[in-house]
Design a protein around this ligand. Structure first.
Ligand code: SF4
Ligand code: F3S
Ligand code: FES
Length: 232
């Protein structure tokens, strides 16, 4: 099928402002948007820049705004988009070139919530055990691939880039509800600050955009309850 792909391009070394470029492409319905971008880069314009790695929805590197919605280019089929496709960089992070944004502010927020197991007890000879039910408690939040689809679709983040954002809170949830972890007080100290947990306005954009189907808004709510009342 013949499709038209509009891409928001930006190369600060050549043009001071972003601009739209249009590419006619012959695509198959089952092609993914990533295949289409690869075709444009490899056959039409080698200067097009975007991140990609695994091509299977695992690495989280190809989050983009596709037809107005944050998606992974490698998980979205042409047949689900129609004959006109627009691709822009995810919002709220500085654009470096074309579809590549500076992920540092996003990763800084992730680092801030201490995304690792904190436990000062002497390590047991084998493993720190937990029951299947205890493991289930934070199962959904282990699925995050740090793609940033959630944080960069959040209207609070668009207006306040210092908001820690849903991805950081989901990753805090992953440890706060892990029965082996002892770092909840430290994490809540970070999350309770002005640009933390309480900035969320329950917009749900984050949940709708997550390619891993993590119930993000619910996770935020659970961490809020934890901050108010402790483990229930
Ligand atoms: Fe991506 Fe979902 Fe993780 Fe957000 S919570 S960074 S949308 S995988
Ligand atoms: Fe933003 Fe998600 Fe809250 S979109 S406002 S973090 S529910
Ligand atoms: Fe790895 Fe899309 S390229 S998630």
């Amino acid at each position: 099928m013949q499709i038209t792909v509009k891409i928001k391009r930006f190369d600060p070394e050549k043009r001071p402002r972003p601009y739209w470029a249009e590419y006619p492409v012959e695509a198959r319905p089952e092609d993914r948007v990533l295949d289409v971008l690869n075709y444009i880069k490899w056959e039409l314009d080698g200067s097009l820049s975007y991140r990609r790695s695994c091509a299977h929805g695992i690495c989280g590197s190809d989050a983009m705004l596709i037809n107005g919605v944050n998606r992974l280019a490698c998980k979205l089929l042409v047949k689900d988009l129609g004959r006109s496709i627009s691709v822009e960089p995810i919002r709220g992070l500085p654009v470096l070139k074309d579809l590549i944004v500076d992920m540092e502010p996003f990763i800084d927020s992730y680092r801030a919530i201490l995304p690792y197991l904190i436990n000062d007890d002497p390590a047991p000879a084998a493993e720190r055990l937990q029951s299947a039910e205890e493991r289930e408690r934070f199962d959904a939040s282990t699925k995050c691939i740090l793609c940033a689809c959630c944080t960069t679709s959040c209207p609070v983040f668009w207006t306040n880039g210092r908001y820690l954002g849903p991805a950081a809170i989901v990753n805090a949830h992953r440890f706060i509800f892990d029965s082996r972890d002892q770092g909840t007080a430290q994490r809540l100290q970070v999350l309770n600050q002005g640009n933390g947990l309480w900035r969320c306005r329950t917009a749900y954009n984050c949940t709708e955009s997550c390619p891993r189907d993590i119930p993000i808004t619910q996770a935020i709510e659970e961490v809020r309850r934890e901050a108010l009342w402790g483990h229930s």
